[in-house]
Design a protein around this ligand. Sequence first.
Ligand SMILES: [Zn+2]
Length: 260
Amino acid sequence: MRKVRTLKQYTALLLSFILIVSAISINIRDVFATNDPYEINYEYVNIKDMAAANVANKEDNSSLLDGLFSFEETTLTEVEMKQPSSVELPVKKDSAALVTDRQVWYLPTEVGRVTQSPNYWHVALDITSYRGTAEVIHPVANGVISGIYTDSAGALIVTVLHNINGQKYTSQYVHLSRYAEGLYVGKQVTINDALGQMGTTGNSTGVHLHLAVLDCALFDPNDNNCRDLGAWYRYDKIRFQQGYIGLGTMMKVPGEWYSR
Ligand SMILES: [Zn+2]
């Protein structure tokens, strides 16, 4: 006699199959995540590297670095940009409306649309703009440039260190098409300064900004949570599992940024 399967049985089979496939792919991703350390190709990723490379001093701004990282010896140097260009600096007219309750985080662009929200594999916001590469990227809070580098995939990246009521945060801006002129590690920046322009450099399928914020000081050798990028990408998953989703918990993203 022919066996007839009910819809329920088919559904159960399908669900089991989906569960098994998901479990396998999660394991595979874990294997790759642990065996494939994040590689960066950079010239001067932080003050220490720049000092070690003996880059000529731009000016003596050592006072800027007080309280940034507690390096015994710091030398402030200028990073030579690969694609220097001037970037127009729009004033954030209505920025007050975008401040959170904590009056800390600002939007990184004047206009935008969120295309990916934080998840375990991507503890960041992806933001696009109809202006494409013309969209200027601003720091989400006042701070100090702590890193200017490209990753192994060629993404142009800037990081900004923030010290907010004694708590250090790092915001990371990825896939830029170009850096703003005159950026250097140690430079103080405000929410009205430009970091660069939106782009699609590196591992990216279209022009957008990948924006991550974590409560640690990236590249600070004394910060075990994110002394380097390997630590940073481990820490973001730890924090995500603790319920922290970066800007999602701190920055008020306009509702229309989620609509199409
Ligand atoms: Zn992203």
